[in-house]
Design a protein around this ligand. Sequence first.
Ligand code: MN
Length: 246
Amino acid sequence: MTTFELVDFHCHLDMYPDPVAVVRETEALGIMALAVTTTPYNWPRNKALTAHSKSIYAALGLHPQLMTHHEEEIALWDTYLGDTRYIGEVGLDAGPRFRHSLETQKRVFQHILQRSSAAGDKILSVHSVRTATMVLDYTETFFRSGKVVLHWFTGSQGEAKRAVKQGCYFSINTIMMKSERHLATIKTLPINRILTETDGPSTMTEGRPSKPADVSLAVAQLALLHNLPTEKMAMIIRQNVQALLG
Ligand code: MN
């Protein structure tokens, strides 16, 4: 593995106006990034975008919020599974706008977990809006081999504890840390399970779409939370990602 300073373990590089420029900039800054995709249809482009990068990995996903019109793309997801070790963005969303498709989401998520588990050694970036317990039930039952990173986790402290027991990692962004309740939960997580993310470009930093480099703000806030120097926190996150990737 290459050396890197910062880790953005969940971003959508293919959604920036100039993805090639963002990839180049991210790599030049020595940032390790996980570029998730939202539909398998977009996978070849995302794969090509990151093919020559030493610090940016592309993940193959099927986003739970897109299930109404994209369920049939699961067949395409199957055909690309062998292309990558990284799977995301996948998961469940029972928020008011998406719970109407929850049954479809569950069907697709179960399929993704079973196929990923059978393939072995996959690393998943998982969305769990208002479904933390359900997501953990599914990963416990259907994902026996591989690692789960809970992206933007907003479950309870009890659910976080259960996720830790399952071996999950957590990718933390600055928006999560604006909530006192989530901050209190983040503080209970073992420090060796913490990663950072931006979820850019859909999140904003200083009034513009977040870029992977903005993950430094999440590192600084986590450092404050744990009363550690920022450099030390950044080092812990680098060690965590190395442990995760093995
Ligand atoms: Mn996302």
